[in-house]
Ligand binder design. Structure first.
Ligand code: HDE
Length: 704
């Protein structure tokens, strides 16, 4: 047990890492139980009963231990983030693999092989702190890099574009997606009138909408998703020369998502699916990893590019500017304390070290105000930088002082600058090392005006759609149809479809048909000319899927008498693949295999439905199959796995379960009977593809 605060008689021990929960932490050796104290350090004799007159008499005001305990409890909560409230963080490091010293003086990009400590927080956007993980939503991908020249916060998402072009619309956009103010529902979802009303009146959002309606918005885990800083930034060299940059995080395990029906069921079966996945991966030593990529381009490219590089609703296709990999991010340590680290971490887009600078992207400029402002509301004091998770790990010296909860204050007489106290007078500016902005020359009238170069709202939305495989295109159609079917006002539904007609006529027709809606006229477009852009393979998840089953999870449904040889072969193959597995059984106590071996289970069938796994195997005895055939949860296990196009391996004895579930005649090439070790190897190899998509036409006909 770890006790925060002073343990009487114990020597104080520094926390091993200042980025951890921080402060003085005292480990209590095994068997050595610390004395409970008040927050003021007074030992407590009785923590079970308030002080009162007689056993049944009134409580006494004098009970300072009671008052302090309840007072502190009453103040435990801080406001949750206004967006991205639900999040999960972990520590790690960034390692430079390719120097960018030729284009930037940023210290983090100078020395190949050097590691910079990092903290990452993933999040959903719309839901409250206690909402479920598999909402259809954008995922936040916020990275704090503790560089030697100050913290660099790269606060990105798992989607490379955004809904709006100007920060002034952010409150409207967020109000529209959040629960309606009168009824406070629906929670953590965009399938409602207000959201689609706003979207249909804000055509600049349609490119992002295509991403959010794709499977990108229901990732399998944080470990299988990309991250993007979205905006164009600048890199600056020592001479003040600048080049534009867009930042990308690419997961080592490549991309993977779940399917919608699965997402809905995961939310019931395990609302913490993503946080549990991250925690388990790190604590088991399977450290999640991403590569950092940069797209570098100059003013000349920006001039000739078909879209404005300052427009955050547009991306630069990787075919136009390749992504150069310059480093890797590894998450190797879970937090000690969720509140101290994940909740109190304060990302600010304004935190950039020398060598990195902003562009004029109007969304980025607005964010630079919002993030600092919001931390004061959340954390209650301008001294939030004193909290260990937010404190830089490089030397700091400045004259900021006082304020609520000030932990660090200037020492000595001088707390102003300039001063004439010499060395004792504290820190001085350094014109060479210090941060300098790019000396951009700006002119123009003072106006509120959206540039003409931001006006094409459809071309890249179309490019995204046509870059998807047919199955992914189908999912986009299904998702829009689903969402709009929850919209009560028919005119809003029609208005959305009127925009889809500019993006893809087939998509518009499919959604209209799925809604039972006559195809509306195309919406009035700000810029009617639509460039027919070529498809980009980088935009599809399926085209960027895994090369192996590493990091994925098998669910192995077993009963008593299951063939021990088959089970062992499967475990060996899974381990060779660096995959994980869980045993699902009728009882949590486990099963006895055919060779008499007792195996504990990790899940009882109704607690371990197949939606929690990437592929499943069913190994039972004939009696076991009959037993499972009578169990609705076991039948769901196989029917869901089948409906979600998973690969299914099964022992021949298990067929009675499939028959009772109504699947016996439908078993296809994605369902593989396992008799020999070679069958098992074939099954595990087939699982590299993750899904047997050919099945989907059968189990989920087109929304239209
Ligand atoms: Fe955020 N955003 N945002 N956002 N955002 C916040 O800051 C905001 C935008 C993103 O894990 C808030 O600390 C404005 C784009 C992430 O702690 C707030 C605008 C992108 C996180 C805020 C945007 C993001 C936030 C709420 C439009 C991707 C979670 C709590 C101009 C590039 C960070 C907080 C974490 C959080 C404002 C748009 C990503 C209110 C005004 C674009 C990952 O300051």
């Amino acid at each position: 047990m770890t006790i925060k605060g002073k343990k009487p008689g114990a020597a104080p021990k520094k926390a091993p890492d200042a980025a951890g929960a921080g402060g003085e932490t005292h480990q209590v050796a095994g068997g050595d139980v610390a004395t409970l104290t008040t927050a003021q350090g007074a030992p407590v004799a009785d923590d079970q009963n308030t002080l009162r007159y007689g056993a049944r008499g009134p409580a006494l005001m004098e009970d300072f231990h009671f008052r302090e305990k309840i007072f502190h409890f009453d103040h435990e909560r801080i406001p949750e983030r206004v967006v991205h409230a639900r999040g999960y963080g972990a520590h790690g490091y960034f390692e430079l693999t390719d120097s960018l010293a030729d284009v930037t003086r940023a210290d983090i990009f100078q020395r190949v092989g050097e590691r910079t400590p990092a903290f990452v927080r993933f999040s959903t956007v719309a839901g409250a702190k206690g909402s479920f993980d598999l909402a259809r939503d954008v995922r936040g991908f916020a990275v704090k890099l503790y560089t030697q020249e100050g913290n660099w916060d790269l606060v990105g998402n798992n989607i490379p574009v955004f809904f709006i072009q100007d920060a002034i619309k952010f409150p409207d956009m967020v109000h529209a997606v959040k629960p309606a103010p009168d009824r406070d529902f629906p929670q953590a979802q965009s399938a409602h009138d207000n959201f689609w009303d706003f979207i249909s009146l804000t055509p600049e959002s349609l490119h992002m909408i295509m991403w959010v309606m794709s499977d990108r918005a229901i990732p399998r885990s944080f470990r299988f998703m990309e991250g993007f800083a979205v905006h164009t930034f600048r890199l600056l060299d020592a001479q003040g020369r600048s080049i534009f940059v867009k930042f990308h995080w690419k997961p080592k395990l490549r991309l993977q998502s779940v399917v919608w029906n699965e997402a809905v069921k995961i939310n019931g079966a395990d609302p913490d699916f993503h946080r549990r996945d991250l925690w388990n991966a790190i604590t088991s030593g399977d450290f999640p990893e991403w590569e950092l990529g940069v797209q570098l381009f100059d003013e000349a490219f920006a001039e000739k590019f078909a879209f404005d590089v300052l427009d955050p609703t547009k991306l630069i296709p990787e075919e136009d500017v390749p992504v150069r990999i310059v480093g890797r991010l590894v998450l190797n340590r879970v937090v000690d304390n969720f509140f101290a680290e994940t909740e109190q971490v304060a990302f600010c887009t304004q935190n950039v070290p020398p060598g990195i600078d902003f562009s004029n992207d109007p969304l980025l400029q607005g964010r630079n105000f919002s993030y600092l402002d919001t931390q004061i509301k959340r954390l209650g004091s301008p001294n939030f930088t004193h909290i260990p998770i937010n404190a830089p790990k490089c030397p700091m010296a400045h004259f900021q002082q006082d304020g609520h909860m000030a932990m660090r204050n200037p020492i000595g007489r001088a707390n102003y600058e300039p001063n004439s106290w010499g060395e004792a007078g504290g820190p001085r500016e350094d014109p060479v090392r210090g941060f300098r902005s790019f000396a951009a020359e700006e002119t123009g009238p003072k106006v509120r005006l959206r540039p003409e170069s931001f006006a094409d709202h459809y071309s890249q939305a179309r490019q995204f759609v046509i870059s998807q495989t047919p199955i992914e295109q189908k999912h986009i159609g299904d998702a829009i149809t689903f969402e709009l079917s929850k919209v009560e006002r028919a005119d809003i539904r029609a208005r959305v479809v009127s925009h889809l007609r500019h993006i893809d006529e087939h998509l518009a027709a499919t959604v209209a048909d799925g809604l039972g809606l006559p195809l509306p006229e195309p919406a009035k477009a700000a810029r009617p000319v639509i460039a027919d852009l070529p498809p980009s393979n980088a935009l599809s998840i399926v085209r960027n899927g895994p090369h192996s089953f590493a990091g994925r999870k098998f669910g192995i449904l077993l009963t008593d008498g299951a063939d021990a040889g088959l089970f062992d072969a499967l475990v060996t193959a899974a381990e060779k693949e660096k995959a994980i597995y869980e045993i699902v059984a009728p009882k949590i106590g486990g099963v006895t295999l055919s060779d008499g071996r007792a195996l504990p289970a990790q899940q009882k069938i109704d607690g371990g439905p197949s939606v929690l796994f990437d592929a499943v195997a069913v190994i039972t005895s004939a009696d076991g199959a009959t037993l499972l055939a009578g169990d609705a949860a076991a039948r769901d296990f196989v029917t869901d796995a089948f409906a979600h196009c998973k690969f299914i391996g099964y022992a021949a004895e298990a067929i009675a379960l499939f028959a009772k579930a109504g699947l016996a005649d439908d078993l296809d090439d994605g369902c593989m009977v396992l008799k020999t070790d070679a069958d098992v190897d074939g099954f595990v190899t087939a699982c590299h593809a993750l899904r047997f998509w050919d099945r989907e036409a059968k189990v989920a006909p087109d929304a239209g």
